[in-house]
Ligand binder design. Structure first.
Ligand code: F6R
Length: 242
């Protein structure tokens, strides 16, 4: 595990974007694993800028998103299809057939998760996976208690996660209770992982995930067993590390 402490959120985003840009230049057919949420907003902004200035093209890239809420359709502005369209997909030359996001409205959820895993196998797995971290230690929507070998599946969101995401729905009560998520086993198979955390509200969980016991209580702690993990923190998120 390599830990990089950036001066601030801007630098964190720039470093993450540079890693993605290097990866795509080295391997134009890169398979990216992508998060949503607040943390990667400026990373996506930087990737769009890199595309606009012709530093990279997404023409051969494939993307697999980590998660989606159950029950939201693909045009719902609170859902992750809309988020990705707004922040990245509509602004770069990624081919729609190469974008993969779980369908929260699928009538057969098991089949949908199996389909997602099969698509991932077909492209040879994720080359570079970007992750954020929830205040309860979740990665994707793998909440505390998730097993290290878990596959893509439906999960119940924790109260902490529903509170954290209340801002997008008006209140915690309106946040869907369930989501589909890439499993931890699926995440651990990525060839390279970059975990991002910024802000002081992540400092306590970053400390537990990176220096506490490795356990299902803090799903992000499992990442320490990955052979190619880079953690990029800003100073505030790193402030409780020794
Ligand atoms: C979202 C995802 C989540 C977020 C986490 C942090 O696709 O995978 O694990 O990364 O909830 O969210 P923010 O960045 O909003 O603090």
């Amino acid at each position: 595990m390599e830990i990089i402490i950036a001066k601030n959120y801007r630098e964190l985003s720039r470093l993450a974007a540079e890693a993605v840009i290097r990866q795509i230049r080295r391997k134009p057919r890169t398979v990216l694993g992508l998060p949503t949420g607040h943390t990667p907003i400026e990373l996506y902004h930087d990737l769009v800028a890199a595309y606009q200035t012709k530093k990279i093209s997404f023409r051969y890239v494939s993307t697999f998103n980590l998660d989606e809420y159950v029950g939201l359709n693909q045009t719902d502005p609170r859902g992750y299809h809309s988020y990705m369209r707004k922040n990245l997909f509509s602004k770069v030359d990624l081919k729609p057939e190469n974008e993969h996001i779980l369908d929260g409205r699928a009538s057969n959820v098991k089949k949908e998760c199996a389909r997602f895993e099969a698509q991932l196998r077909k492209v040879g797995g994720i080359d570079l996976l970007i992750l954020g971290i929830g205040k309860d230690g979740h990665i994707g929507f793998n909440e505390p208690g998730s097993k290290i070998n878990s596959k893509t599946r439906t999960v119940k969101l924790s109260e902490s996660t529903r509170r954290a995401n209340a801002k997008y729905f008006g209140s915690a009560a309106k946040v869907p209770r369930r989501a589909l998520t890439m499993g931890i086993g699926t995440i651990m198979q990525a060839k390279k992982i970059i975990l991002l955390a910024h802000g002081k509200e992540k400092a306590a969980i970053v400390k537990q995930a990176l220096s506490g016991k490795i356990s299902a209580k803090i799903p992000a702690s499992f990442l320490r067993q990955h052979r190619n993990l880079i953690v990029i923190l800003d100073k505030a998120a790193a402030s409780k590390l020794k």
